[in-house]
Design a protein around this ligand. Structure first.
Ligand code: NAG
Ligand code: NAG
Ligand code: NAG
Length: 295
């Protein structure tokens, strides 16, 4: 009896020692509490596992992009509440513009409704600290949804979000990348919806910086009711800096705007989902990217 119980005890002891050694080996091999693989290229891990034809936008050909401007902060989704400006987190100078933002959504939805091969993207990140970690893109999608897609419910299944843009260059370039993630290809036709007074900036600076063929880019502009405040900074704080810095990555005015508009420290996932755009997306210089683009 005494012999066999001490034998059992020592067997249990051996098993415990064995597990302990195996545990140490596993921890040493795989790392523990540290980013052991941080130096390895992890780009592939962020790529969606979807492949055509399972991609959510597979088969769609043209892009309609609505640039976001503000965030809705109420939990009530009635029409009355949505049109009430005190339920929006607005920046200085945006007072009186909510109906124009909604007009942008409507214009985008209508453009998407007339082209059944189009994919609609609402673009804009979590840009306002005081609004909490909600993105402009989510606001736009939810408002359009709450308002019944302005009478075009068939657009809902073709409507998506781009949730990282911090300025107009990123509204366009990130949406191109997002289109690739959703469809597996790049748009053959792009329609941009924003303020009319930003048309030149989008077409002659951003589309140009991306080398998009002019004939494939269209613009639908709706201006706010009061123009003075809205347009005051257009030249000095956007158009001129973008002329000197097409990708918006080195001019202090543009880089500080990007920093300020990322209060929740989101990491930009692009160009992980659009490897063919890496060159143009990561370019940084005084003149536009001159290498290969996928269109
Ligand atoms: C708008 O919303 C605010 C705050 O929720 C409320 O106090 C105000 O009465 C609303 N205005 C209208 C016209 O409904
Ligand atoms: C594009 O998106 C940003 C960030 O979401 C937004 O604040 C900005 O006003 C938009 N730009 C234009 C030109 O519409
Ligand atoms: C591109 O989009 C515009 C605006 O939505 C539309 O008028 C035009 O017919 C489209 N062109 C092609 C070739 O799809």
């Amino acid at each position: 009896m005494a012999v066999s119980s001490s034998f059992l005890r020592s067997k249990r002891f051996l098993i415990i020692v064995g597990l302990y050694v195996a545990g140490i080996l596993i921890i040493r091999l795989n790392g523990f509490g540290e980013f052991r693989h941080a130096d390895v290229n992890t780009t592939g891990r962020t790529l969606p596992v979807y492949r055509p034809p399972m991609m959510p936008g597979f088969g769609l050909e043209s892009l309609v992009m609505v640039a976001g401007h503000a965030i809705y902060v109420s939990g009530v989704w009635t029409r009355e509440s949505i049109y009430n400006e005190s339920n929006w987190f607005l920046e200085q100078g945006q007072a009186g513009q909510v109906s124009t933002f909604i007009e942008h959504m409507k214009t985008g939805v209508e453009a998407a409704a007339t082209d059944s091969m189009s994919l609609l993207i609402f673009s804009g990140g979590e840009t306002r600290k005081g609004a909490g970690p909600r993105s402009e893109a989510q606001t736009y999608w939810l408002v359009a949804d709450a308002l019944g897609w302005f009478g075009h419910p068939q657009v809902a299944s073709r409507a998506f979000t781009e949730e990282h843009a911090r300025d107009s260059f990123e509204n366009l370039s990130f949406s191109m990348c997002r289109f690739r993630e959703l469809t597996g290809r790049y748009p053959s036709n792009t329609t941009i919806v924003s303020f009319k007074f930003k048309k030149r900036r989008f077409l002659e600076l951003h589309a140009e910086a991306l080398s998009l063929p002019k004939s494939t880019v269209h613009y639908l502009g709706v201006d706010p009711p009061i123009m003075v405040e809205a347009t005051s900074g257009e030249l000095s704080s956007a158009a001129v800096p973008f002329e000197q810095d097409p990708n918006g990555c080195q001019h202090t005015i543009l880089t500080s705007k990007r920093a300020k508009r990322n209060p929740f420290a989101r990491t930009i996932p692009y160009p992980a989902g659009c490897p063919e755009m890496s060159g143009v997306l990561l370019h940084c210089g005084n003149s536009k990217f001159s290498g290969q683009v996928p269109w």
